[in-house]
Each structure stands twice: as structure tokens, then as C-alpha cells.
Design a protein around this ligand. Structure first.
Ligand code: HEM
Length: 427
């Protein structure tokens, strides 16, 4: 396996660093934590700001200042493990992924400097404010069409499948240039990828997931080859232009891998953000009515959702040399789990942190898009989507509310992404 392989395999779960407090039983995959991580995350932070969790083989960092310090020092804390499975894979899944042509390379989130900066520079052009803004008419039109369909079908609706999944998926897929006919397949592969890198699939599930990951990568390669022959007005064509203009600055394999990376990063957390926005606003009628009457409140309300009920509640790093975090020694090779769920509710930063306040003055101080050289490339697009959807829904369906189902919300078991699997709404 080359050092820049997109998904590296963890060999085994490492031991606790000497002197580091250990929490033997906590796991971010426990049902209770998946259902509501916030009280548990706060208790963990109060007990030990930095501790080792054998269940995930990571040193967990809970406080904002320490998380920001880790993000800011990319030489000591590399991001090379962010796309890796948390747990070692079964031999059968490993055999499938050993196929000679399963060879995506680390490009942005998981690539160290200086290559990361080089690749990001050549990719960022496609993410200019102008280009992101140019997506707004599409987002508006598609939102209206999906709401028309919801209204035609009549209440109630299962909102993840009727709206929150299609809108961000289709937006990024059209942006990249994938044909509409492949949307369903792409979305299903992205579900596999979430389980692969951040979940704990069984051995049988791993085999199916590995087969789908291989098919997904082969699809990205075929798609890039097709775009190379027939350019369009899309991000993939622009990326191939960038490669051909400067092959030593962006290799062809890197261009293919950027497409593989973005086809996941561009929608998974946005679907959850759109749902979490409604989960925050709809039960608080004052807040919902306020944003319905005054759309200028929406931008800050979305920042507050990203703080209070984020769609991404952790991210990882790995220590490249012996170091220390908040006085705890951390040897080279230690995996680090940055716990956004605790930092985004830290009382010393956010006054009354467990209340949701659309007018909170420092709502945007959250850490949900990371920090430093790897700061989320799609943050503006994610916010634009969530703001546009909130504005349109509050105008067209002002009586929207959560539908009683008699069941608790279900969250897909993984360590990072957080949004309901289903969200039943009525109006
Ligand atoms: C609510 C939605 C989203 C959340 C919460 C989110 C969160 C994050 C986080 C935490 C990181 C890692 C930052 C770090 O390591 O410092 C990241 C990186 C990244 N995100 Fe997002 N993201 C979202 C939406 C998007 C969208 C819509 C796109 C693309 C259209 C995107 C593309 C990326 C890319 C390419 C990176 C890697 C950047 C780099 O390493 O240079 N994300 N995101």
C-alpha cells in the first residue's frame, strides 16, 4: 500500500499512551450516544478534557482550545487517517479491496502538505464564491419542485427521502457533472462509504460494502475518462482542464480522486444539516415564526444549528511525532478523536450552551467545519443550501411541524456524521 492510498487500513487498535486517563467503556457508537451525544460529551469533558477510549483506539480531545490547537498544527497532527476505517477490516473485505485497480489517492482531506496545498489550489477555483452563488438558482428551483411533489402527495411526508437527501445530492452531482440517471446508484454507494470509514460494519456487511466501494471507484474512473473525451460546463471538466494545463501540478489520478472525494463530501453532511435545522426550529415555534417573518435571521440560525446540533460531531487526526495535548503525552502514531459535540457546547465559550438561540451573537464560533489548512471547502455551499431551504420551506409551508410517529429518531451508527435516518413531517 502506498503512503498516499486514499483509505489506509488500521492494523490494530493501539494501546493507551502512558499517563493518559482512560475511559474503558465509552464508545461513540453506543445507542445512547448516537441518540443524544451532548450530555454524555459534556460529562466526559468535565471528567477529563483529554482521555483515551479503547473502544475506538483514539485519544479523545474535548475542549475547543485543544481541538483548535490540533487543527492548527498540521505538521504534528496529520489528517492522513480521516478517511480510514475505524476498525481493521475482515480478510475477505481486504481481499476485495486489494484489486489492482482500487487505487484512489489521498487528495485533500487526507493528504499532507505540501501536496495538499497544491491540489487544493487547483480544485478551489471551482469553489469560487461566484460559482457557488451561480448554483443558487438551481437550489431554489429544485427546492420548489421537491416541495411541489411533497404537497401533491399530501402530508405527512418522510422528509429525508422526499427532500433532504435528493436536494444536496443532486446539487453536488450536477455541479460535478454526473448524469441524472446515476443519482440513485451514487447515493447508495455513499451510504456504503459512510459505513466503511466511520461505522462498524459486520464481516458480512464489509464484503458487500467492499464490493460497492470498488464499483464506486471504477465508476469515478470511467466517468473521468468520459469527461476527458467530452467536456461539459461542469466541475469535472474544469478539473481535467487544470490537469491538462499543468499535469505536474495535478495528476490525472489526483483529478479522479478529487471527484471520488467530492461526490461524498458534497452532500452527506448537508442532508443531515437540513434535517437538523428543522429538528431545531420546528418544535420551537417562536424561532420558526421569527425566521418565517424575517429571513435575515436565517443565516445566524443555521450557524446556531451547526453549533447546537451539528451534522458532523467529530473528526480525526494522527500524531506524526511525540507531542502533548493539554499536558497529556501523546506518542507518534496515536490516533486523535476531536470531539466537536463537547466543544460546541462548551460553557466558557457559549453562554447557556444547551439552549438553542437563533440570535446567539457568537453562534458562528462552532468548530463544525474544522479549522486551518483543511477547513471545509464546501462550507459556503452547505450554508447556502441550508439557508435557501429554510427560507423557502418557511414561506411555502409555514405550518410545517414534526409528525408524531410514536418512535424515537434513528441515527446511522457511525462516529462522525449525525442526522436522522428518517424525519416525518406534516403541515
Ligand atoms: C454541513 C455540511 C458540512 C460539514 C459539517 C462539513 C465539515 C467538514 C469538516 C469538519 C472538514 C474537515 C476540516 C479539517 O480537517 O480541518 C471538511 C473538509 C472538507 N469538506 Fe466539508 N463539510 C460539509 C459540507 C461540505 C460540502 C457541501 C462540500 C463540497 C461541496 C465539502 C467538501 C469538503 C472538502 C473537499 C474537505 C477537505 C478540505 C481539505 O482538506 O482541504 N464539505 N468538511
Amino acid at each position: 500500500m502506498s503512503e498516499n492510498t486514499y483509505h489506509q487500513q488500521p492494523a490494530e487498535i493501539p494501546q493507551a499512551p502512558a499517563g493518559c486517563p482512560v475511559h474503558r467503556t465509552w464508545s461513540p457508537l453506543d445507542d445512547g450516544y448516537l441518540a443524544d451525544p451532548y450530555p454524555i460529551a459534556s460529562d466526559l469533558m468535565s471528567a477529563h478534557p483529554v482521555f483515551y477510549a479503547p473502544e475506538v483506539g483514539c485519544v479523545v480531545v474535548t475542549e475547543m482550545a485543544d481541538i483548535e490547537a490540533v487543527f492548527s498544527d498540521h505538521e504534528t497532527f496529520a489528517s492522513t487517517n480521516v478517511q480510514d476505517p475505524v476498525y481493521p477490516l475482515s480478510p475477505e473485505a481486504t481481499a476485495i479491496l486489494s484489486a489492482e485497480d482500487f487505487d484512489p489517492v489521498a487528495v485533500m482531506s487526507n493528504r499532507p502538505e505540501p501536496d495538499h496545498g497544491r491540489i487544493r489550489r487547483h480544485t478551489r477555483r471551482g469553489f469560487s464564491n461566484r460559482r457557488i452563488r451561480s448554483l443558487e438558482p438551481y437550489i431554489r428551483r429544485r427546492s420548489h419542485e421537491l416541495i411541489d411533489d411533497m404537497i401533491a402527495a399530501g402530508p405527512p411526508t418522510e422528509f429525508v427521502s422526499s427532500f433532504a437527501f435528493p436536494l444536496p445530492g443532486e446539487t453536488i452531482f450536477r455541479f460535478i457533472g454526473f448524469p441524472e440517471s446515476d443519482d440513485e446508484m451514487l447515493k447508495s454507494w455513499c451510504g456504503d462509504r459512510k459505513a466503511f470509514s466511520w461505522g462498524r460494519p459486520t464481516s458480512a456487511e464489509q464484503v458487500e460494502i467492499a464490493e460497492n466501494m470498488l464499483a464506486y471507484w471504477r465508476y469515478c474512473r470511467d466517468f473521468t475518462a468520459h469527461k476527458r473525451r467530452r467536456r461539459g460546463d461542469d466541475f469535472a471538466s474544469e478539473l481535467i482542464d487544470a490537469h491538462e494545463a499543468n499535469p505536474d501540478k495535478l495528476s490525472y489520478r489526483e483529478a479522479e480522486s478529487v471527484i471520488y472525494g467530492l461526490s461524498f463530501a458534497g452532500h452527506e453532511a448537508v442532508t443531515a444539516l437540513v434535517c437538523n435545522t428543522l429538528l431545531c426550529l420546528l418544535p420551537r415555534r417562536d424561532a420558526w415564526d421569527a425566521i418565517r417573518d424575517d429571513h435575515t435571521l436565517i443565516a445566524n440560525a443555521v450557524e446556531e444549528v451547526l453549533r447546537f446540533n451539528s451534522s458532523q460531531i467529530s473528526w480525526r487526526r494522527i500524531a506524526t511525532r511525540d507531542t502533548a495535548i493539554a499536558g497529556v503525552d501523546v506518542p507518534a502514531g496515536t490516533a486523535i478523536f476531536l470531539n466537536f459535540a463537547s466543544a460546541n457546547r462548551q460553557e466558557s465559550i457559549f453562554c447557556d450552551p444547551d439552549s438553542f438561540d437563533i440570535r446567539r451573537p457568537n453562534a458562528g464560533r462552532h468548530i463544525s467545519f474544522g479549522k486551518g489548512v483543511h477547513y471545509c471547502l464546501g462550507a459556503n455551499l452547505a450554508k447556502l443550501e441550508a439557508q435557501t431551504v429554510t427560507e423557502i420551506l418557511s414561506r411555502r409551508l409555514p405550518s410545517l411541524e414534526l409528525a408524531a410517529t410514536g418512535k424515537d429518531l434513528d441515527y446511522f451508527p457511525n462516529i462522525t456524521f449525525r442526522g436522522p435516518a428518517e424525519l416525518h413531517l406534516t403541515w
